[in-house]
Design a protein around this ligand. Structure first.
Ligand code: GRF
Length: 203
Protein backbone atom coordinates (compact mmCIF):
# COMPACT_ATOMS: atom_id res chain seq x y z
CA UNK A 1 0.00 0.00 0.00
CA UNK A 2 1.31 3.46 -0.93
CA UNK A 3 0.62 5.99 1.81
CA UNK A 4 0.96 9.78 1.68
CA UNK A 5 0.88 11.50 5.07
CA UNK A 6 -0.07 15.14 5.62
CA UNK A 7 1.17 16.82 8.79
CA UNK A 8 1.46 20.42 9.99
CA UNK A 9 3.44 19.99 13.16
CA UNK A 10 5.14 17.63 15.58
CA UNK A 11 4.44 14.50 13.53
CA UNK A 12 4.22 12.01 16.40
CA UNK A 13 1.37 10.18 14.67
CA UNK A 14 3.48 9.95 11.52
CA UNK A 15 6.36 8.68 13.65
CA UNK A 16 4.04 6.05 15.11
CA UNK A 17 3.22 4.81 11.59
CA UNK A 18 6.92 4.62 10.71
CA UNK A 19 7.57 2.70 13.95
CA UNK A 20 4.71 0.28 13.20
CA UNK A 21 6.29 -0.41 9.83
CA UNK A 22 9.71 -0.94 11.46
CA UNK A 23 8.09 -3.46 13.82
CA UNK A 24 6.65 -5.29 10.85
CA UNK A 25 3.09 -4.42 11.92
CA UNK A 26 2.33 -2.30 8.87
CA UNK A 27 3.01 -3.46 5.34
CA UNK A 28 3.04 -0.14 3.56
CA UNK A 29 5.32 2.28 1.75
CA UNK A 30 5.35 5.94 2.69
CA UNK A 31 5.57 7.71 -0.65
CA UNK A 32 5.28 11.28 0.66
CA UNK A 33 5.09 13.46 3.73
CA UNK A 34 3.43 16.75 2.78
CA UNK A 35 3.26 19.80 5.00
CA UNK A 36 2.00 23.36 4.92
CA UNK A 37 4.47 24.52 7.58
CA UNK A 38 8.22 24.90 6.91
CA UNK A 39 9.03 24.32 10.58
CA UNK A 40 6.95 21.15 10.92
CA UNK A 41 9.03 18.55 12.78
CA UNK A 42 7.22 15.96 10.64
CA UNK A 43 9.33 17.15 7.68
CA UNK A 44 12.51 16.40 9.62
CA UNK A 45 11.18 12.98 10.65
CA UNK A 46 10.45 12.18 7.00
CA UNK A 47 13.89 13.29 5.83
CA UNK A 48 15.57 11.12 8.49
CA UNK A 49 13.38 8.18 7.48
CA UNK A 50 14.12 8.68 3.79
CA UNK A 51 10.50 9.54 3.00
CA UNK A 52 10.11 12.09 0.17
CA UNK A 53 8.79 15.43 1.42
CA UNK A 54 6.67 18.18 -0.03
CA UNK A 55 6.43 21.63 1.53
CA UNK A 56 3.81 23.89 0.02
CA UNK A 57 3.18 27.18 1.79
CA UNK A 58 -0.27 28.75 1.73
CA UNK A 59 1.05 32.31 1.54
CA UNK A 60 2.23 31.51 -2.00
CA UNK A 61 -1.43 31.18 -3.11
CA UNK A 62 -4.02 33.92 -3.37
CA UNK A 63 -6.98 31.67 -2.58
CA UNK A 64 -7.36 28.76 -0.16
CA UNK A 65 -8.86 26.63 -2.89
CA UNK A 66 -5.88 27.35 -5.18
CA UNK A 67 -3.52 26.14 -2.48
CA UNK A 68 -5.57 23.02 -1.85
CA UNK A 69 -5.80 22.24 -5.58
CA UNK A 70 -2.02 22.62 -5.97
CA UNK A 71 -1.30 20.56 -2.85
CA UNK A 72 -3.47 17.61 -3.89
CA UNK A 73 -2.24 17.76 -7.45
CA UNK A 74 1.32 17.46 -6.18
CA UNK A 75 0.30 14.68 -3.75
CA UNK A 76 -1.42 12.79 -6.57
CA UNK A 77 1.87 12.81 -8.51
CA UNK A 78 3.26 10.42 -5.85
CA UNK A 79 0.48 7.98 -6.75
CA UNK A 80 -0.61 7.20 -3.17
CA UNK A 81 -3.34 4.66 -2.51
CA UNK A 82 -4.31 6.25 0.80
CA UNK A 83 -3.88 9.68 2.37
CA UNK A 84 -3.47 9.97 6.13
CA UNK A 85 -4.07 13.33 7.82
CA UNK A 86 -1.89 13.15 10.91
CA UNK A 87 -2.13 16.51 12.59
CA UNK A 88 -2.83 18.38 9.37
CA UNK A 89 -4.28 21.65 10.60
CA UNK A 90 -6.12 22.94 7.55
CA UNK A 91 -9.72 22.55 6.47
CA UNK A 92 -9.50 21.13 2.96
CA UNK A 93 -11.59 22.52 0.12
CA UNK A 94 -14.35 20.09 -0.88
CA UNK A 95 -13.33 20.00 -4.55
CA UNK A 96 -9.73 19.14 -3.71
CA UNK A 97 -10.66 16.28 -1.45
CA UNK A 98 -13.56 14.89 -3.48
CA UNK A 99 -11.39 12.44 -5.51
CA UNK A 100 -9.98 11.06 -2.24
CA UNK A 101 -13.16 10.32 -0.32
CA UNK A 102 -12.90 6.70 0.78
CA UNK A 103 -9.12 6.83 0.50
CA UNK A 104 -8.34 9.54 3.06
CA UNK A 105 -8.49 9.20 6.83
CA UNK A 106 -7.93 11.58 9.71
CA UNK A 107 -7.22 11.19 13.39
CA UNK A 108 -9.10 13.57 15.62
CA UNK A 109 -8.61 13.88 19.41
CA UNK A 110 -12.21 13.50 20.53
CA UNK A 111 -14.97 10.90 20.71
CA UNK A 112 -16.70 12.05 17.52
CA UNK A 113 -19.31 13.23 16.87
CA UNK A 114 -18.52 15.18 20.03
CA UNK A 115 -16.15 18.13 19.76
CA UNK A 116 -15.48 18.49 16.06
CA UNK A 117 -12.89 21.20 15.42
CA UNK A 118 -10.31 22.54 17.83
CA UNK A 119 -9.59 22.57 21.60
CA UNK A 120 -11.20 19.18 22.12
CA UNK A 121 -9.54 18.36 25.47
CA UNK A 122 -10.57 21.72 26.92
CA UNK A 123 -14.14 21.26 25.73
CA UNK A 124 -14.43 17.75 27.18
CA UNK A 125 -13.16 19.00 30.52
CA UNK A 126 -15.46 22.02 30.45
CA UNK A 127 -18.41 19.76 29.71
CA UNK A 128 -17.57 17.67 32.75
CA UNK A 129 -17.22 14.51 30.66
CA UNK A 130 -15.99 11.44 32.52
CA UNK A 131 -14.27 10.07 29.45
CA UNK A 132 -12.42 11.37 26.42
CA UNK A 133 -10.69 9.80 23.46
CA UNK A 134 -9.73 9.93 19.81
CA UNK A 135 -11.35 8.87 16.57
CA UNK A 136 -10.04 7.79 13.18
CA UNK A 137 -12.53 8.56 10.45
CA UNK A 138 -12.82 8.73 6.69
CA UNK A 139 -12.49 12.33 5.53
CA UNK A 140 -15.46 13.93 3.81
CA UNK A 141 -16.27 17.55 3.02
CA UNK A 142 -17.83 17.88 6.48
CA UNK A 143 -15.12 18.91 8.97
CA UNK A 144 -14.36 15.94 11.28
CA UNK A 145 -17.69 14.58 10.10
CA UNK A 146 -16.91 11.52 7.99
CA UNK A 147 -17.76 7.92 8.95
CA UNK A 148 -15.90 6.91 12.11
CA UNK A 149 -13.73 3.81 11.68
CA UNK A 150 -12.52 3.27 15.23
CA UNK A 151 -12.15 5.07 18.55
CA UNK A 152 -9.96 4.82 21.63
CA UNK A 153 -11.35 5.84 25.01
CA UNK A 154 -9.67 6.99 28.24
CA UNK A 155 -11.17 8.08 31.54
CA UNK A 156 -10.99 11.73 32.57
CA UNK A 157 -9.61 11.70 36.10
CA UNK A 158 -9.88 14.22 38.89
CA UNK A 159 -7.14 16.79 38.48
CA UNK A 160 -6.83 16.24 34.73
CA UNK A 161 -6.23 19.37 32.73
CA UNK A 162 -5.82 19.99 29.00
CA UNK A 163 -2.17 19.00 29.10
CA UNK A 164 -2.50 15.78 31.11
CA UNK A 165 -5.39 14.68 28.89
CA UNK A 166 -3.49 15.39 25.68
CA UNK A 167 -0.43 13.62 27.07
CA UNK A 168 -2.38 10.52 28.13
CA UNK A 169 -4.32 10.43 24.87
CA UNK A 170 -1.40 10.74 22.47
CA UNK A 171 0.02 7.17 22.81
CA UNK A 172 -3.52 5.82 22.46
CA UNK A 173 -3.89 7.83 19.26
CA UNK A 174 -0.70 6.33 17.95
CA UNK A 175 -1.94 2.79 18.61
CA UNK A 176 -5.36 3.54 17.11
CA UNK A 177 -4.01 5.12 13.93
CA UNK A 178 -1.42 2.39 13.34
CA UNK A 179 -4.07 -0.31 13.85
CA UNK A 180 -6.49 1.31 11.38
CA UNK A 181 -3.81 1.97 8.74
CA UNK A 182 -2.66 -1.63 9.11
CA UNK A 183 -6.22 -2.87 8.44
CA UNK A 184 -6.36 -0.70 5.32
CA UNK A 185 -2.91 -1.93 4.23
CA UNK A 186 -4.18 -5.51 4.63
CA UNK A 187 -7.21 -4.57 2.52
CA UNK A 188 -9.57 -5.43 5.39
CA UNK A 189 -11.33 -2.09 5.62
CA UNK A 190 -13.22 -0.14 2.96
CA UNK A 191 -15.74 2.69 2.77
CA UNK A 192 -18.77 1.51 0.80
CA UNK A 193 -22.10 3.10 -0.03
CA UNK A 194 -23.54 1.21 2.93
CA UNK A 195 -20.86 2.40 5.32
CA UNK A 196 -17.60 0.89 6.49
CA UNK A 197 -16.85 -2.69 5.51
CA UNK A 198 -14.50 -4.67 7.75
CA UNK A 199 -13.40 -8.21 7.14
CA UNK A 200 -11.20 -10.75 8.87
CA UNK A 201 -9.87 -11.63 5.42
CA UNK A 202 -8.74 -9.23 2.66
CA UNK A 203 -11.84 -7.76 0.99
C1 GRF B 1 -2.90 14.85 17.45
O1 GRF B 1 -3.36 14.98 18.77
C2 GRF B 1 -4.05 14.62 16.52
O2 GRF B 1 -5.11 13.91 17.11
C3 GRF B 1 -4.49 16.02 16.20
O3 GRF B 1 -3.33 16.82 16.18
C4 GRF B 1 -2.32 16.16 16.93
C5 GRF B 1 -1.18 15.94 15.99
O4 GRF B 1 -0.11 15.51 16.71
N1 GRF B 1 -5.13 16.07 14.91
P1 GRF B 1 1.20 15.00 15.90
O5 GRF B 1 1.59 16.11 14.93
O6 GRF B 1 0.81 13.75 15.17
O7 GRF B 1 2.21 14.78 16.98
Amino acid sequence: LRIAVLASGRGSNFAALLAARERGELSADFVLLASDKPDAAALQLARMAGVPTLLLEPHDYAERRDYDAALFERIAASKPDVLVLAGFMRIIDGDALKPWVGRMINIHPSLLPKYRGLHTHRRALKAGDTEHGASVHYVTAELDGGPVIAQTVLPIEAGDDENTLATKLLPLEHQLLAAVVSLIADDRLALTDNGIAFDSEPL
